[in-house]
Write a protein of this length. Structure first.
Length: 342
């Protein structure tokens, strides 16, 4: 390439110039005291603690560039980490991004990816504090997210009690329906909403953070207006509620009539699929599920779908639903790799 030629790929631009390009003009959130440009970032921990989580996405396993735009992929990568932070009752503050890509990756792709990363980080309340960039045979994204509990106790999976109400915030089954549409090669224009839900999850962050942090005087987990247990729905409703049931030593029974979604049923008929299966085991929604004290009505934006009982496991209308274990990274469903699984 001549000195006057305009770089078009990552290899032509170079590592450090690419890092500068990804961060140029970006504004850091208040929780990031020192962002990219030094040996490490500096992230605030106002009460002496922070919540931290990490997740990885690999091209061909977790996303496909012929199904999702780079911007979509960037947003999804942040959303699935931000939802985990919020599911602990914390406010997302900072994200660290490790990116691997081939040298011939177009700069346009990286620009879109960076836009998506920063956009969703801002929607969640944080920013990109730093990261790493390496050459790899395929596109790989690893995100580490930090969150601030603001003096509260974390809301874990282990607090559900018999008598609690199970409620959810956010949409269930839409991501799985969108994946089914793409995998079937169906007319995307007919099913735009669910395809969009699969490409870019929409975790309802505010549905958790507004009631937890609107009144700093009360402590999470200690009063009647906060849930006893909380999780995000990443592996499927049955699987993630199964984690709460196991950690809490209880049984959770779901009401199938409360889970029906009239938007999904005609799509399922068109694809000869089962809408209930999408809702119960589809996963990758990054909605939230919580066990609320029986004497408390869940806040606006939440709707009751079941109850906590003595026993163990998760049932639907009192019956164990077979074959609905949700997503598991080493579950042996090799054919799913062609259908953009989580």
């Amino acid at each position: 390439m001549s000195e006057s030629a305009t770089p078009r790929t990552v290899g032509e631009l170079g590592e450090f110039a690419l890092i500068d390009r990804m961060n140029a003009g970006r504004v850091q959130a208040a929780g990031v005291l020192l962002g990219p440009g030094d040996d490490a970032a500096l992230v605030a921990a106002p009460d002496g603690r922070f919540v931290v989580t990490t997740d990885m996405l690999v091209q061909g396993r977790h996303f496909r560039l012929d199904w999702s735009s780079p911007r979509d992929i960037g947003r999804k990568a942040i959303a699935q980490n931000a939802a985990d932070v919020v599911a602990m009752g914390a406010v997302p503050t900072a994200f660290v991004v490790a990116l691997g890509c081939p040298a011939d990756t177009p700069l346009e792709l990286i620009d879109g990816l960076a836009d998506g990363l920063w956009e969703e980080a801002g929607r969640a309340g944080g920013s990109i504090a730093g990261g790493d960039l390496v050459r790899s045979p395929e596109l790989v994204l690893s995100i580490t997210a930090f969150g601030d509990l603001r003096g509260r106790a974390p809301v874990t999976r282990s607090g559900a009690r018999a008598g609690d109400t199970i409620a959810v915030a956010g949409r269930l089954g839409w991501s799985a329906a969108g994946l089914a549409v793409l995998a079937a090669g169906a007319d995307i224009e007919r099913f735009t909403e669910v395809v969009a839900a699969h490409r870019v999850p929409q975790p309802p962050y505010a549905s958790v953070l507004e009631f937890l942090h609107g009144d700093p005087a009360s402590g999470a987990g200690s009063g009647p207006n906060v849930p006893h247990a909380l999780t995000d729905i990443s592996d499927g409703l049955l699987a993630d509620l199964g984690h709460i049931a196991s950690a809490s030593g209880v049984r959770i029974d779901l009401d199938s009539s409360a889970l029906r979604d009239p938007v999904l049923e005609p799509i399922a008929r068109a694809l000869d699929a089962d809408a209930a299966q999408w809702i119960l085991a589809g996963g990758e929604e990054h909605a939230f599920a919580a066990a609320w004290p029986a004497e408390v009505s869940p806040p606006p934006g939440w709707h009751a779908v079941g109850r906590v009982l003595a026993g163990h496991g998760v049932t639907v209308d009192g019956v164990v639903r077979p074959g609905s274990g949700g997503w598991e990274s080493f579950g042996g469903a090799d054919s799913a790799a062609a259908a953009e699984p989580r």
